[in-house]
Design a binder for this molecule. Sequence first.
Ligand SMILES: C[S@@+](CC[C@H](N)C(=O)[O-])C[C@H]1O[C@@H](n2cnc3c(N)ncnc32)[C@H](O)[C@@H]1O
Length: 252
Amino acid sequence: MAKIMNNKSWDDLAADYDKSVEDNQSPLVINYLKEEIEILKNLCEKHSRLNKNFSVIDMGAGTGRVVFALDEKLRDDSIDFLGIENSDLMLKYANQKNKLRSGFSKTSFLKHDLTDTNLSQNFDLKNANVVMCTYNTLGVVPSDKRQSFIDNMKIIAGKNGMVILTMFNGDDFGFVAPKMYHSMIPMIKKIDDDSFDEENRVFHNSLGFRSQWFTKNEINSLLDSTLDPLPINVIIGDTPKTFGNVFVHNVA
Ligand SMILES: C[S@@+](CC[C@H](N)C(=O)[O-])C[C@H]1O[C@@H](n2cnc3c(N)ncnc32)[C@H](O)[C@@H]1O
């Protein structure tokens, strides 16, 4: 039986995480991440035209990819950047990278379980934060904890805040998932004959890695939203294909 992913398992993946994500050499992943960060940057800029002194909070920050990229692109001293993680090793790598950056002092990382129903008590709540969660992280959260994860995002965002979820495109799982995971071998380590469960839109392997993919409608229902997401398109051959979606929910 497949192992359930827990904190220990993410610790096991931490050393190879960057090889599969931000340092991945596949043009597909490079273009996907570039497009995603551009969309996130534009959303933060739009938010900062209406709100001042807010925090950008990344839920499941891994080794800090999104926090660092947005800090470097936005270069706005009035914004604090905070990454939340519960894997000690992911946090260790994120903090090591943070120390090596010069001139950026507004980025920090904290250890919390994002599904904890009392999570918001740990935050100095501002009323217009941008709370994001990227790279299909919601898909690794156990199904009975997903709604509290989303509720935490909304509470921490505050009454004028913005919640952003970047998810792989579950409406095209059969095409997109093999392309994504074949390029992420350093981290996932193994693809088995039955790794792609198209019926349930789940990628899993015999080492215990499991990630659920969702349709647009499923995410909108969790967010209680009806807005169309912003597509993350990647060119395959000459054709743009939607590999992920950025869902935006304004709390107000
Ligand atoms: C797919 S990685 C995403 C990393 C990063 N956001 C990125 O886009 O590169 C998912 C991360 O979420 C973290 N995570 C999963 N469940 C969590 C939870 N309940 N509380 C805190 N972090 C969690 C894992 O440790 C892992 O680092």
